[in-house]
Design a protein around this ligand. Sequence first.
Ligand SMILES: Cc1ncc(C[n+]2csc(CCOP(=O)(O)OP(=O)(O)O)c2C)c(N)n1
Ligand code: SF4
Ligand SMILES: [Mg+2]
Length: 272
Amino acid sequence: MPSAIVNEYFRTNKLPQIWCPGCGHGIITRAITVAIDKLGFDRDKICVVSGIGCSSRATGYLDFDTLHTTHGRALAFATGVKLANPEMKVIVITGDGDASAIGGNHFIHACRRNIGITTIVFNNNIYGMTGGQYSPTTPKFDKGTTAPYGNIDKAFDIPTLAAAAGATYVGRSTAYHTNLLISLIENGLKNDGFSLIEAVSSCPTYYGRKNKKGSAVDMLEWQKDHAVNISAASKMTPEALEGKFLIGEFKNSPEPEYTSEYQKIIDRFIKE
Ligand SMILES: Cc1ncc(C[n+]2csc(CCOP(=O)(O)OP(=O)(O)O)c2C)c(N)n1
Ligand code: SF4
Ligand SMILES: [Mg+2]
């Protein structure tokens, strides 16, 4: 990490962080700070909220107003922060388990309300913190400690879920594709409503070992080799796209934001 970013946006007295060597979460956390830096936002107008998980530990290291909350409830806390402080940029950092398993209901309703929260899901396809249980994004037939013979549940596609539920900005990138990730986070933060960016991460310790994905470097190379930008995908055959996943900006359709709509109701009653 360039030290300027670390010194500016990280609580250096809390470092080193707890993540395993080769974990993708550090790369994604840095990308968030670079996006904020590029936008030049006032750091006192930013609040970062997380749930519980390896990914959610990021709020401990980031030097903004931060809330490290309870498992699955980051969006509930963030909704309260945004309603009380509509002028603040509210960012949620969450894991695939935190966002789409225990927090799945908060997730779809935050999307539906189009509340001004930029949510970054660190998707490592597993519950990393608790020892590798399978999550709603573990690919079908992959293994976890709770699926030693293979998981038979179909995985959620988080961007598709978010777009269908009403999020107005949706994208996906990976820990490997950091420049794209930074630009998606920037665009998500520019959107007044609910933005969802899935950041494909890697957990070499649990998901990688259980599914024989090789080293941390092998897992990043897998991201490089299997991600296809949505702009290139339209020119590819279904055969060429077999086994690949899409990255890029999937949706950018601004709509009225929840707290500004709420303020209109308040103003109406104050006048009456
Ligand atoms: C109410 C509650 N249930 C379960 C847990 C245990 N728990 C902590 S983190 C976690 C899963 C985290 O997975 P994910 O959100 O994908 O984050 P990762 O660690 O993979 O980054 C679970 C089940 C908890 N802390 N609280
Ligand atoms: S257990 Fe997995 S997700 Fe958690 S810090 Fe280690 S590599 Fe990262
Ligand atoms: Mg996870």
